[in-house]
Design a protein around this ligand. Structure first.
Ligand code: E4P
Length: 214
């Protein structure tokens, strides 16, 4: 499963990239707003650090305007992926962009039929938001299972990008289900590495090492 980081914070992106395990980045308007910097500058900075797919979201709500925005965003770097909302206009724009060979990430997906339509529109990635479903007492990961089954049944190339990840458990379940990508907040990436028994074991080894004659 590929690891994307879900942030627009360049320091977090650099740190995750230094691990050598980062495959891409997803941003959204809320994440960009947190940086306090202009949208284009944020994306340029990210694309200098990460060569894998970097999702940049359109904010227009009408398909023709989405397409104008998408074409401008695509000029920033070769690895920009256009993120579009799962609306009728978003699907129309996705279909057009995929026909032009532009990579797309259809976001704000909360149901299996939505994911099916995004794949039919030729989306490169579908982003189901598991954490936000959990928040309203629906099991987000069940949606991932449904989408993977549907895509597998019809051999869709669209990759399932597990989004709105809140904990290592979401990541583990995503890998067990065979999701293609998870976009993970920096804090959760750090949590994936950590285990108290690793820390304890290492401390003990280092302490015992002092007793070994040098
Ligand atoms: C996906 O691309 C979104 O940026 C993100 O995963 C949303 O996560 P949230 O529900 O924690 O805001």
């Amino acid at each position: 499963m590929k690891i994307f980081i879900d942030t627009a914070d360049i320091d977090e992106i650099r740190q995750a990239n230094d691990l050598g395990l980062l495959d891409g980045v997803t941003t959204n308007p809320s994440l960009v707003a947190k940086t306090g910097k202009p949208f284009r500058a944020v994306l340029e900075e990210i694309c200098e650090v990460v060569k894998g797919p970097v999702s940049a979201e359109v904010v227009a709500t009408e398909s023709e305007l989405m397409l104008n925005e998408a074409r401008e965003l695509a000029k920033i770097a070769k690895n920009i992926v256009i993120k579009l909302p799962l609306t009728e206009d978003g699907l129309r724009a996705t279909k057009t962009l995929s026909g032009e060979g532009v990579k797309t990430n259809v976001t704000l997906c909360f149901s299996a039929p939505q994911a099916w339509l995004a794949a039919k529109a030729g989306a490169t990635y579908i982003s189901p938001f598991v954490g936000r479903l959990d928040d309203i007492c629906q099991i987000g990961m069940e949606l991932i299972e449904q989408i993977l089954t549907i895509y597998n049944n019809y051999d869709f190339d669209t990759e399932v990008l597990v989004a709105s990840v809140r904990s290592p458990l979401h990541v583990v379940e995503a890998t067990m289900m065979g999701a293609h990508v998870a976009t993970i907040p920096f804090k959760v990436i750090q949590q994936l590495v950590k285990h108290p028994l690793t820390d304890l074991g290492l401390a003990r080894f280092l302490e015992d090492w002092k007793k070994v004659p040098q």
